[in-house]
Design a protein around this ligand. Structure first.
Ligand code: CTP
Length: 400
């Protein structure tokens, strides 16, 4: 399979409206990231936005002509919206949101919005006083009630020097909202438990043993499930990653035992469990109540932690069960054994000692091991790997 085959936005035409807010400069990054995801981007700028960024910058970033005049190319307001799969307005000022909510079409962008039949994502950005204004809030509610997708804004320091709500959402969140809007919702009404990250097994209140898992793969799987409309319960060991937007539950745990308890709590309602976490296999038999003194001789006797995947595999009635096998070396044989021994439905194998496929990197090279087949994939981003994995899982879940 070619590397770019699974890019979620491949073959999508995105019409990006840039309006007059300080965050307009971020559109260069947004365009670059959308193109990296395989999309083609055409930009419409309002006149006000040109105070913050030049049309030339956006033309270079997008590789396409930038539009802004309603009359330069008289039919552009129809042609542009007819050719787009999705419209995104980022940043979206109070002015464009007000016009959109009230059907006003007095420039190219507002006219295109009115003639567009697909999904529209808006990323509001403004001062908190404007954001909290009840008239603005009514406009926003009206758009949402018509199916417009809002992403952000965030709280933080604003361009005017004040603190409050109104910062444009992170570009990653805007991209995620776009991907979600364009995704097939074939997992809607399905409940999926995903575990991610390492666990910590404490020796005393300040010392623990852990492993190098970052949680990146599990979080990518959670995002891919959310895009497909699933109810996602993410159970995560300690990780520095931002939890995805839209989770049904986000449960933070530290130890393997806590992870096991959280998984089993949600298990009765789950259609699938994806064990992307790397729970520690051993934990000190005893956790000291106070910090050990270094003059003490350290002799630790470890006990095995509960094997969560095997525990679910042993149940008479269980959800669809996916495990991961991170091995050092090309040990597909070990991964195959885990599929049988843990009674999983699928194991995602990856060789953590091969380049680009280890811990804390954004890429992975996986092989999906099912009972009757094995499918190797080339090196791809963890987001793309999550996407190919979900495509297979969704097929199974649709049949259940
Ligand atoms: N796993 C689990 N509970 C544990 C350890 C692992 O549920 N206490 C799950 C992992 O989340 C993963 C799968 O089992 O989905 C395989 O984990 P891995 O560490 O590769 O295998 P282990 O069973 O721990 O065996 P070993 O470390 O000896 O390879």
């Amino acid at each position: 399979m070619a590397k770019d085959k699974k890019k979620v936005l491949k073959n999508n035409n995105i019409l990006l409206g840039v309006t007059g807010g300080v965050a307009a400069y971020k559109s260069v990054d947004l365009i670059r990231r959308l193109k990296d995801e395989g999309a083609s981007v055409t930009v419409i700028m309002t006149d006000a936005s040109k105070n913050f960024i030049t049309p030339l910058s956006l033309e270079i970033a997008s590789g396409n002509k930038v539009y802004s005049s309603l009359f330069e190319d008289p039919m552009s307001h129809i042609a542009l919206s007819r050719n787009a799969d999705l419209m995104v307005i980022a940043p979206a000022t109070a002015n464009i949101i007000g016009k959109f909510a009230n059907g006003i079409a007095d420039d190219l962008l507002s006219t295109c919005i009115l003639s567009f039949k697909g999904k529209v994502v808006i990323a509001p950005a403004m001062n908190w006083r404007m954001y909290e204004n009840p008239i603005f809030q009514e406009n926003l509610k009206r758009l949402i009630s018509h199916g417009v997708i809002q992403v952000g804004p965030d709280k933080g320091s604003l361009a005017c020097g004040e603190e409050g709500i109104g910062r444009m959402a992170d570009i990653s969140e805007v991209i995620e909202a776009i991907k979600s809007a364009l995704s097939n919702k074939d997992l809607s009404k399905k409940k999926v438990i995903i575990t991610a990250g390492p666990t910590r097994e404490y020796l005393d209140p300040v010392r623990f043993i852990s492993n190098r898992s970052s949680g990146k793969m599990g979080y990518a799987v959670a995002r891919a499930c959310l895009r497909r409309g699933a109810d996602v319960i993410l159970i995560s060991g300690p990780s520095s990653l931002q939890s995805p937007q839209g989770l049904k539950s986000f449960v933070k745990v530290e130890t393997a035992q806590e992870m096991r308890d959280a998984v089993f709590k949600y298990l009765p309602e789950a259609d699938a469990v994806i064990m992307a976490a790397a729970p520690a296999d051993f934990s000190p038999g005893k956790k000291e109540k106070t910090k050990m003194d270094k003059s003490e001789k350290l002799l630790v006797k470890f006990k095995n932690t509960p094997d969560i995947l095997s525990g679910i595999g042993r149940l008479k009635r269980r959800p669809f069960l996916i495990g991961f096998a991170a091995e050092t070396g090309d040990r597909l044989d070990k991964a195959r054994k885990k599929l049988i021994q843990k009674n999983a439905d699928m194991i995602v194998f990856n060789n953590v000692s091969s380049a680009g496929s280890g811990f804390d990197v954004d890429t992975n090279k996986i092989t999906l091991i099912e009972r009757d087949r094995e499918t190797p994939f080339p090196l791809m981003s963890k987001d793309e790997a999550a996407e190919v994995l979900l495509e297979v899982i969704a097929k199974y879940l649709r049949k259940r």
